[in-house]
Design a protein around this ligand. Structure first.
Ligand SMILES: [Zn+2]
Length: 159
């Protein structure tokens, strides 16, 4: 006697109230949604049938959020890049005048120059040959200057 009572009551109310309102709301939303979007794609409405307009607005909104994620990662790359100087001109942004320049190189005697000079002396080249390293750019240190403001941007040391 008690079993059939609660069993029927539980199934009855739960199924009846949920079904009618959800169906009406879904139908009402569906018919209202496709009508306002048209202002966006004007040509799409003219070419396609009025029935197709319902599917086209959903197509346009879906791909939009995907590409927006990529440009965010590119922004952070502009932090100070470590510029490494060698014995050739370097293209860089001058920190003192803020211009994009190619560095001007000046050679001056460095550790390697003096070591070569000393070793030449030990080998017996004392009659002026030991000064040859001071004329060879490949044995000298390189200073990189900005051609605009003449500021020293960096030095390349051989040793
Ligand atoms: Zn400069």
């Amino acid at each position: 006697m008690a079993a059939p009572g609660p069993y029927q009551v539980a199934v009855g109310p739960s199924a009846v109230p949920s079904a009618p309102p959800s169906y009406e709301e879904t139908v009402g939303f569906h018919t209202h949604f496709p009508t306002p979007p048209p202002p966006g794609p004007t040509t799409g409405l003219m070419a396609g049938a009025p029935g197709k307009a319902m599917s086209s607005p959903t197509y346009y909104t879906q791909p939009a959020p995907q590409p927006s994620a990529s440009p965010v990662a590119v922004q952070t790359v502009y932090v100070q890049q470590p510029v490494s100087f060698y014995d050739r001109p370097v293209q860089m942004c001058c920190p003192s005048c803020g211009k994009m320049t190619v560095t001007q190189m000046t050679y001056h005697s460095g550790t390697l120059t003096w070591l070569s000079c000393g070793s030449l002396c030990l080998l017996g080249c004392v009659a002026g040959c030991c000064f040859i390293p001071f004329c060879i750019d490949a044995l000298q240190d390189v200073d990189h200057h900005c051609p605009n403001c003449k500021a020293l941007l960096g030095t390349y040391k051989r040793l």
